[in-house]
Write a protein that binds this ligand. Structure first.
Ligand SMILES: Nc1ncnc2c1ncn2[C@@H]1O[C@H](COP(=O)(O)OP(=O)(O)O)[C@@H](O)[C@H]1O
Ligand SMILES: [Mg+2]
Length: 396
């Protein structure tokens, strides 16, 4: 046998103390910089602890990907359970990710498991199951706080179920309030498929998680470095470079992933520390398309974005003027037999594409008379981007 590659791995010195610290679902010991959100949540739910079953809360949490919405709610759940336990109150906190648990059946199954209701649930209809859960809660004088995380992923054909959940404590049928709901979603726009009757009760109270600033990102990532890496693997200076890469999105998951890959890269090449090069390479691998955001664009916004891609490919330039873009957009409209939108409208679309970070723009002062706006795409490889756009355009 030539070489045993498994044995080779044993000989390599690992730079990690604990690799799973960098996984997105790792729960840290401390939650940093979300005190205000925890205080707000505690105030909102305090009536429940003070006077159990006196109220049915419905709130919505919004904020970008990776800004700590899920982890903060996890910590809040622990706090609530602790306070409830101290007072012998039966408060159940069920945190459901609707990306994984996307149907009424799956949500109900999670609740039944958490409440330890001992029934075979096969063959029982969702409505019957819900009745059993309600009966259990009322009989035990208990309150269920249901978190529907990433609720925009819930499947459309079961929207009625969400509607029932949200309204159930508003009828006079039951004497006590036994259910509160916390919805979590990146932005309100993503709930566009839901009926007003589902959205409006949730929208009464919204907590928006703002993006972290550079110092906060640094603190959070530094904490993981201390937990997960051996000593002196990365300098604070380089760590700051990694944090800067997530400053626009505020996405801690991104920093963690870039950091982990940079460490893996260094490890693989036998370096003893993380280098700037390993960070660059790791970042280039990370950038991938946010398909959720892309699906929020309307037909003409997609066409406009495609014109920008076409131009970058054809001209091999990454700085385009609005006039050039308009011309290409008109061509595409002609091809699709669509009436082009007005100048004002096109300008608004450009602003939206910028907000979503699909394009970047720069205003340059050409001369005293005119200011010129240049448009470019820096975040995505154009070929792949265009392919995605075409799929969506053809679907519309
Ligand atoms: N304030 C924080 N303190 C410690 N870790 C955090 C904090 N905010 C986010 N994280 C970590 O960043 C990652 C993304 O957070 P997450 O709660 O999943 O974001 P979101 O739900 O907003 O997409 C997780 O690994 C989480 O543990
Ligand atoms: Mg989340």
């Amino acid at each position: 046998m030539e070489s045993n590659y498994i044995e080779d791995n044993f000989k390599k010195i690992s730079l990690f103390k604990d690799e799973k610290v960098f996984e997105p679902d790792f729960i840290p010991k401390k939650l940093l910089h979300r005190e205000n959100e925890l205080i707000l949540l505690s105030r909102m739910f305090f009536p429940l602890i003070k006077n159990p079953n006196s109220i049915s809360k419905k709130i919505l949490i919004t904020g970008n990907v990776g800004v700590g919405k899920s982890v903060t709610i996890y910590f809040f759940g622990k706090m609530l359970e602790e306070s409830a336990q101290k007072r012998n109150l039966k408060i159940y906190f069920v945190h459901i990710n609707c990306r994984i648990n996307y149907s009424s059946y799956l949500v109900l199954k999670n609740i039944v498991d958490k409440l330890k209701i001992n029934i075979p649930i096969r063959g029982v209809s969702p409505i019957e199951l819900l009745e059993i859960i309600i009966e259990f809660l009322i009989k035990n004088n208990a309150h269920l706080i249901l978190v529907l995380d990433e609720m925009n992923y819930f499947q459309k054909k079961d929207f009625n179920f969400i509607y029932t959940l949200i309204r159930i404590n508003e009828t006079k049928k039951y004497q006590i309030y036994f259910l509160s709901i916390i919805g979590i979603v990146k932005e309100l726009n993503l709930l566009k498929n839901f009926d007003e009757s589902i959205k409006s009760p949730l929208q009464n109270e919204i907590i928006h998680f703002r993006n972290y600033n550079i110092f906060e990102i640094f603190d959070i990532i530094k904490d993981r470095v201390n937990l997960g890496l051996k000593e002196d693997i990365i300098s604070d200076d380089l760590l700051k470079r990694i944090c800067e890469l997530s400053i626009d999105s505020g996405d801690i998951r991104k920093s963690l992933k870039i950091l982990k890959n940079a460490v893996l890269y260094s490890e693989y090449h036998g370096f003893k520390t993380v280098t700037m090069d390993s960070i660059r390479i790791s970042n280039a691998e990370y950038i991938s398309l946010d398909k959720d955001q892309l699906s929020l664009l309307n037909f003409h916004e997609l066409l406009l974005l495609k014109s920008i891609c076409n131009l970058i490919q054809n001209t091999k330039r990454n700085n385009l003027t609005i006039n050039e873009i308009k011309e290409e957009y008109f061509n595409l409209c002609l091809e699709k037999r669509e009436k082009p939108r007005s100048n004002t409208q096109i300008w608004e679309y450009i602003q939206k594409l910028r907000t979503y970070d699909f394009i970047q723009s720069e205003i340059i002062n050409k001369d005293i008379k005119g200011r010129k706006c240049l448009i470019r795409i820096t975040n995505y490889p154009i070929d792949e981007f265009k392919r995605q756009l075409e799929v969506l355009i053809n679907e519309k």
